[in-house]
Design a protein around this ligand. Structure first.
Ligand SMILES: Cc1ncc(COP(=O)(O)O)c(C=O)c1O
Length: 406
């Protein structure tokens, strides 16, 4: 029988998005880095106003109201801005426009796994460069790949690490004539961003998302910033009317009330700091995050059962079973109340795991002291911590029935 699809499509694995609860399902949702706070009230007003007779008409092809608002807020000329149906659509456009079969795309490993899916669709050749020590972006190694398309997810998912603008400036110079995409989906939670690079480099593209800091994941809006010649090529692969009328007007309203977003970001950063220290106290290794999530890791211990245990208790976090970080959980920052439930539940899950005469926190605390170049206070503690760690995988008990936590 004749095949109906390209061999590459039949071969490839689909992208697996994080679980979205069914309507009415009460779960604490810390798995897809949405914002726990609602969007600006001005967004609703704008949507209600736009939801009238004008819906008869196609939307403006270049999402003018949104692009104009972005030009004002970010002080960037309108012809350097392209709006997308989520930054995912902008990524898809970039892959489509730059990569033919066999062309090389380079990015760090692990990073946002949609890049793999988009590369597979294009039949591109992937240079996946492992992260450096301390979860740093392997920028020198990425430059060395001389790929047609290089992507730096900054801050990176799932570890939250941030490459400095000066380092990205150098990478853009090294890649001259080849496109460097800086995926800044989480950058509003970070200490620096890369928009200033646009003036200096013809090959830099910066992507932003409204799904995280602006609390608008349901709206599907992203922005692409680049010099005009890049935008002109991308326009050729864009769907004619890629954003709907409601999304254009609502995202413009969110930008006009950018203070609302910034206040929410500050609240999330406060909770992020307490989350990091609380998880470290429990014994997790937690790299400092510049995003609205944290990575909580216990090296060598598959966290699938813990993620399953949390799920059964009504808490969704992200576990990546096929990644080098299968020994970690990626936890989105929720409200203080949601995080309190998470801490309580997580503690309840990992304490019985450790068995023997202590808990997994002991193993983690020993490791954290070693990292800080301090010997364990009690040499016997290191031995016991090792035994606790060994017992961990044997004693995972995550099969209790679901108890909704809130
Ligand atoms: C690194 C990264 N880039 C892009 C996106 C996609 O964002 P959007 O919702 O704007 O399509 C995500 C979503 O989780 C992400 O993690």
């Amino acid at each position: 029988m004749k095949k109906m699809f390209r061999a590459a499509i039949e071969r490839m694995a689909p992208y697996t998005p994080g679980e979205q609860p069914a309507p009415g399902q009460r779960l604490i949702k810390l798995n897809t880095n949405e914002n726990p706070y609602p969007p600006s009230p001005q967004v609703r007003t704008a949507i209600v106003k736009a939801a009238g007779a004008s819906l008869r008409l196609y939307p403006p092809p270049r999402a003018d109201a949104l692009v104009n608002a972005a030009a004002r807020v970010y002080r960037i000329s309108r012809d350097m801005i392209l709006a997308g149906n989520g930054s995912d659509e902008l990524l898809a456009m970039l892959f489509r426009a730059t990569l033919a079969r066999g062309d090389k795309v380079a990015y760090a490993l692990p990073t946002y796994s949609l890049y793999d899916t988009l590369a597979a669709i294009q039949e591109a050749s992937v240079a996946a460069v492992p992260l450096g020590a301390g979860f740093t972006q392997p920028l020198e190694a990425l430059a060395g790949q001389r790929a047609a398309l290089t992507i730096v997810c900054n801050p990176n998912s799932p570890c939250g690490s941030l490459a400095a603008p000066a380092a990205l400036d150098k990478l853009a110079r090294q890649l001259q004539g080849r496109l460097l995409v800086i995926d800044e989906a989480y950058v509003d939670f970070a200490a620096s961003h890369s928009l200033p690079l646009l003036k200096r480099h013809q090959n830099v593209v910066v992507l932003r998302s409204f799904s995280k800091s602006f609390s608008l994941a349901g709206l599907r809006v992203g922005l692409c910033f680049a010099q005009r010649p890049v935008i002109e090529q991308l326009l050729k692969v864009k769907d004619s009317y890629n954003l709907n009328r409601l999304a254009v007007t609502a995202a413009a309203a969110a930008l006009e009330d950018i203070g609302w977003m910034r206040r929410n970001v500050e609240r999330i950063k406060v909770v992020r700091a307490t989350t990091e220290s609380r998880l470290r106290q429990m014994g997790f290794e937690v790299p400092p995050s510049q995003a609205n999530f944290v990575l909580a890791r216990i090296q060598g211990q598959d966290m699938g059962a813990v993620a399953g245990g949390l799920r059964r208790r009504g808490i969704l976090v992200r576990h990546f079973p096929k990644s080098v970080f299968r020994d970690a959980l990626r936890i989105s920052i929720g409200t203080p109340a949601e995080m309190a439930v998470l801490f309580r539940t997580l503690e309840g899950l990992i304490r019985p795991m450790a068995g023997i005469d202590g808990n997994i926190a002991m193993a983690g605390r020993v490791r954290n002291r070693v990292r800080q170049r301090q010997p364990p206070r009690d040499p016997g503690l290191a031995r016991r911590a090792g035994r606790a760690r060994d017992a961990l995988s044997k004693t995972i008990k995550a099969n209790e029935p679901l108890k909704p936590s809130v």
